[in-house]
Unconditional design. Structure first.
Length: 227
């Protein structure tokens, strides 16, 4: 193999202000969660076998028992990757957390492995199998109502249920959009003693759209989504 030397130089500026909301029963159980809603903007330049850029930022709106958060990120050198997502959370109903989330992304000139794979990133319809969707375009929409059933089972864990509706997928730019969806209910459970314990879920529901391979009903055991 020939001897090679690689050099990367990055420079940028970031501005923002601090804004956090303290929630409970959002992504985990029995702990106070600091949700970062800080308005920020980062702009940078990358020198590495060419000139590239990095741009990212977020902004939010906050009300008494909820918030809305918008995030955008883009970077480009040989491969250009652009993503945006919006999340709306409401806890107006006692013991319930209603979540609406949407996101999308585009990759151009992808290097091997840079394509979107919702299964790997855990950001896609939850009842579809391994690598059911891959490509340079991606979307994901989800509605979920996380309902607390019991917050202290034997002093070790908590239990909840979450009706959900997912729709999304991934495809390449030279082919029609390949997307699928599912609707059902998941049983969410998680530790109440572990400092960093995340909730897991057993989800069951009906699948529709592409990628079903004729099997409409499905279930999965997986880590719960974190928003």
């Amino acid at each position: 193999m020939p001897y090679s030397v690689f050099t990367t130089v990055r420079a940028g500026i970031e501005i923002g202000s601090v804004r956090f909301r303290v929630l409970e029963q959002f992504n985990s159980y029995a702990r106070r969660e600091d949700v970062d809603l800080s308005p920020t903007l980062r702009v940078g330049v990358v020198l590495q076998s060419g000139v590239g850029y990095e741009i990212s930022g977020q902004t939010s709106a906050v009300w008494k028992r909820g918030f809305a958060l918008l995030r955008v990120a883009a970077n480009g050198l040989d491969t250009t990757r652009t993503q945006a997502q919006v999340t709306v959370v409401s806890q107006d109903i006692r013991r319930q957390t209603l979540i609406a989330h949407a996101e999308g992304g585009v990759v151009t000139n992808p290097k091997p492995g840079a394509e979107f794979d919702p299964w790997v990133e855990q950001r896609g319809p939850r009842l579809f199998g391994v690598h059911a969707f891959t490509g340079t375009r991606t979307t994901w929409f989800v509605l979920e109502d996380r309902i607390l059933v019991a917050d202290d089972i034997l002093g070790l864990m908590a239990l909840g249920v979450a009706p959900f509706l997912d729709y999304g997928g991934a495809w390449y730019g030279d082919e029609p959009a390949r997307q699928g969806g599912d609707a059902g209910v998941s049983v969410r459970f998680g530790p109440t003693r572990a400092v960093r314990g995340q909730a897991a879920e057993l989800a069951f529901g009906y699948r529709f759209g592409q990628g079903t391979k004729g099997k409409r009903w499905a279930f999965t055991l997986r880590k719960g989504f974190s928003f």
